[in-house]
Write a protein that binds this ligand. Structure first.
Ligand SMILES: NC(=O)c1ccc[n+]([C@@H]2O[C@H](COP(=O)([O-])OP(=O)(O)OC[C@H]3O[C@@H](n4cnc5c(N)ncnc54)[C@H](O)[C@@H]3O)[C@@H](O)[C@H]2O)c1
Length: 354
């Protein structure tokens, strides 16, 4: 198969992961990049010799259309950039996580790509690393009994920008299980922004699957980890054991009846980066004409949890799934933790029968 020509919109951290993957892969010919900041274009030119640079994606699409476009800007511009890219005679598209700044925009992006039956990549790199993939497989095989709880401790990042990777892992771990609801509290004392979004300083997100499996995620600027780990700790608790691993690091610790003292397992890593793996899997799909939307769909479900968490915190409510059927309820005139005056209605919580 001829190499697929490729371009990238957004030359920051995410865009560079795609640029490097495209430059290294024998399946692609990296042609052009757009970044609205000329200084970023000037930085990228010597790193990728022959790369054409633009400061406006419309100009790049007009002058230099490619088979594949990677949308690697901040989430609020993913929708307009993707919709413009879809006007090209594209053969495949990568849209960075989160698909968009809202689940509704993410759903529109996915629907427009599906309508063209276009192969798509969403580079959730826990799904392109051996450790998390092996953890999913072992949990499904029952290595820790029935899964009950996924605990995530994530330092320095937030629900939307890294948390979505972790929630996407949870969605893939529980497979087809429907989710019941999400609740969260976000405090914003440091007024932190990241990747074009206002985010929490500290948050706790609690998701419950209808089967009863819980995911509890603590994110934020200064979340202490209660294990020897930097970055992100995952702790999976089942009826017959426990697995711990760190986001994006090799190896996991499994403790179960066969390994009562716990054992470190370090699977051999894939020899390409996560972005390269996702892009090359998309190239396979282009070659065989068989788009596969399982990862994009799971990314949308994770985005629904992210938005649900922020809505829950903003409106003091439980956000139920399916998310597209949820509407924010009126805030109750009730303040948990305050004394009850004895009048004004309400439900008598001592009546345990309902
Ligand atoms: N999958 C991953 O592992 C991974 C890793 C890092 C970032 N990302 C994602 O990549 C996206 C970008 O984040 P980042 O970390 O690269 O941010 P960044 O701040 O490092 O870079 C974003 C770049 O995009 C440019 N840009 C923004 N809007 C643009 C527009 N409309 N047209 C042209 N250029 C534009 C900015 O000038 C900047 O250089 C986000 O969605 C983020 O979540 C994914």
């Amino acid at each position: 198969m001829n190499k697929l020509t490729a371009s990238v919109v957004g030359g920051g951290m995410g865009g560079r992961l795609s640029l490097q993957a495209l430059a290294r892969s024998s399946r692609f010919e990296l042609v052009a990049v757009t970044d609205m900041r000329p200084a970023v274009c000037a930085e990228l030119e010597p790193l990728f010799p022959g790369l054409r640079t633009f400061t406006d994606h419309a100009a790049m699409f007009a002058e230099c259309p490619t088979d594949v476009v990677c949308v690697s800007t901040w989430p609020p511009s993913h929708e307009p950039v993707t919709m413009a890219a879809l006007e090209l005679p594209l053969r495949g598209i990568l849209v960075e996580k989160p698909l968009a700044d809202t689940a509704a925009a993410g759903a529109r992006i996915l629907a427009a790509i599906r309508a063209k039956a276009l192969p798509m990549a969403v580079p959730h790199n826990l799904l392109a690393k051996r450790t998390p993939l092996e953890v999913i497989a072992r949990v499904r095989q029952g290595a820790i009994g029935a899964l009950k709880l996924v605990e995530i401790q994530c330092r320095r990042w937030d629900i939307m920008n890294a948390g979505i990777h972790w929630l996407n892992f949870f969605v893939n771990l529980v497979g087809e299980e429907p989710l019941d609801w999400v609740m969260a509290i976000c405090e914003a004392s440091t007024r932190t922004f990241r990747d074009g979004m206002q985010v929490e300083t500290t948050a706790v997100t609690y998701v419950q699957a209808r089967s009863g499996i819980r995911c509890v995620m603590n994110t934020g600027d200064d979340v202490p980890l209660n294990a020897e780990a930097n970055g992100t700790l995952f702790r999976l608790v089942g009826t017959g054991g426990q697995i711990e691993f760190r986001g994006f690091e090799h190896g996991y610790r499994i403790l179960n009846t066969e390994r009562p003292a716990g054992e470190w397992v370090t699977p051999a890593e894939f020899d390409v980066t996560g972005h390269q793996r996702h892009l090359e899997q998309m190239a396979d799909r282009i070659e065989t004409g068989t788009p596969d939307y399982r990862i994009p769909e799971s990314s949308l479900r994770a985005l629904e949890i992210c938005e649900g968490a922020y809505l829950s915190s903003r409106h003091r409510c439980k956000v139920t799934f399916p998310f597209d059927a949820f509407t924010v309820p009126a805030e109750p005139d009730w303040d948990p933790g305050r004394p009850y005056s004895g009048e004004g209605g309400g439900r008598d919580g001592r009546r345990l029968d309902g």
